[in-house]
Design a protein around this ligand. Structure first.
Ligand code: PHE
Length: 445
């Protein structure tokens, strides 16, 4: 049964029927890898912070992961029916309280506080998602923002003030592709009631240069580490491109993609902040930009980490490889993997319960009616912990005569730290089946 209350980082919260955060996930709220000296996530944070110097930018690295639904969604203009709000995607403590799904949850608060014209927030974020080598229920994000205040810039001329700040930024010589027009009538309209096209263009130019400088630095370091340790590394010139994107709290919005090791990688999301955020935060004369970047993905590239689970490892063979880097970022080296342990694949096939059927439906199909992959993923992770590498739906069909659906998932078990015995894996897999039966009311085939 679900607990009546939970304590997270020393604070106690009442749960209700919305509660869906498993113990193994709650246990990670205290890890704070982004603050652990010499940890790759922390080193990545430090490198990014060095591109946004104080006193213009202030760093906030200890915001609590428990936020209100208002902070995480409403304050940012997420529509009531946005899929991100579903219990299939988000960990709720109760109907009004959740584990933040992104660091943007703190934007409104900081825009209101006006403590500095710019800020960076690094923090753990939580999402119910699939299981593979790049997804983990907890990961780290960095949020960045910069504002200008109409009431304090000379003559209220925001564009001039922004261009003056832009002129102070360094330049770079990387090829940048930026083909989309800055505004799109429906998807990315100019916020005409609040600012002119010239103002929005100035803010966008400052945003783009700031973020280009950040990725140029991080990818140059990744390349330097690669060249040093990998004789086969093919050194191609870095290219970046701006791609139109959509976020409920920015317009216009972009994603930045970087061409690295033969692939275009989506690196971050950003845009000109919607004026409603500043107005609702009690700072209507401010305008500016914001971005969000995933630290784990950047750290995986920078350190050549093939599996996101390793960040949670307490194995000295992992942690000791980065000793001293927090104090001297130039010592950065790629991760040297320990020997790869064998994988063990096991299938599980079952009949999905019919919605509100006589066998009781299930109390975890939290989005309501539909049976959700994420519920399966969570049970596997809950039982197998970090011995599960990947879970895939490999077969699915519906029997025409009774509408019953059958699904087959393939679970890849592999520890990063040791070889699992077949006996041990069988035991874990049996426990997975039993939890699926108990919690999701599936019928194992
Ligand atoms: N919060 C967004 C995400 O998690 C990223 C973002 C941040 C986009 C700030 C725009 C501005 O996807």
């Amino acid at each position: 049964a679900a607990p009546q209350e939970v304590t997270i980082n020393g604070k106690t919260y009442q749960t209700d029927s919305w509660f869906n955060a498993p113990e193994n996930v709650l246990a990670l709220t205290s890890r704070k890898l982004h603050l652990e000296k010499d940890h790759p996530i922390s080193i990545t944070r430090q490198i990014l912070e060095s591109k946004f110097p104080g006193p213009t930018y202030k760093y906030h690295n200890d915001f609590d992961p428990v936020v209100s639904k208002y902070e995480n969604f409403d304050s940012l203009g997420f529509p009531a029916d946005h899929p991100g709000r579903a219990r299939s995607d988000t960990y709720y403590i109760n109907k009004d309280t959740l584990l933040r799904t992104h660091t943007s949850a703190h934007e409104a608060q900081l825009f209101g506080a006006r403590t500095s014209p710019g800020y960076l927030i690094s923090a753990d974020v939580y999402r119910r998602d699939e299981i593979d080598r790049s997804h983990y229920p907890v990961f780290y994000q960095m949020e960045g923002a910069r504002v200008w205040d109409r009431s304090t810039v000379p003559n209220g001329d925001i564009a001039a003030a922004v261009y003056a700040d832009l002129a102070e930024l360094p330049t770079h010589d990387i090829e940048v592709e930026d083909r989309h027009p800055p505004f799109h009538a429906e998807r990315n309209p100019l916020q005409t009631e609040h600012h002119s096209a010239a103002e929005a263009e100035a803010i966008a130019a400052h945003l783009k240069r700031s973020l280009e400088l950040m990725v140029v630095d991080i990818f140059s370091r990744a390349k330097a580490a690669a060249r040093q340790q990998d004789p086969d590394f093919v050194d191609e010139p870095l290219r970046v491109r701006w791609v139109e994107a959509y976020f409920p709290f920015t317009s216009p919005s972009w994603e930045l993609e970087v061409y690295y090791a033969g692939e275009w990688l989506e690196v971050l999301g950003c845009g000109v902040t919607k004026q409603e955020l500043h107005i609702n935060a009690g700072a209507p004369s401010q305008l500016g930009w914001a971005f969000g970047i995933g630290l784990d993905r950047i750290a995986m590239l920078l350190f050549q980490v093939p599996d996101i689970r390793i960040f949670w490892s307490r194995d000295a063979r992992f942690l000791d490889q980065f000793a001293g880097v927090s104090d001297d970022l130039s010592k950065l080296q790629r991760f040297i993997p320990f020997s790869k342990h064998p994988a063990c694949y096991k299938d599980v096939s079952f009949w999905v319960p019919l919605p509100s059927s006589a066998d009781g439906g299930n109390d975890m199909a939290v989005s309501g009616q539909e049976f959700h992959d994420n519920d399966v993923m969570e049970i596997v992770r809950g039982v197998a912990g970090d011995t599960v590498e990947d879970v895939k739906l490999v077969d699915q069909y519906t029997r025409p005569e009774n509408g019953r659906q059958s699904r087959c998932y393939r679970v890849c078990y592999r520890s990063l730290e040791r070889t699992l015995t077949n006996k041990e894996t069988n035991k874990i897999h049996l426990a997975v089946k039993s939890q699926l039966t108990k919690k999701l009311k599936v019928q194992i085939r």
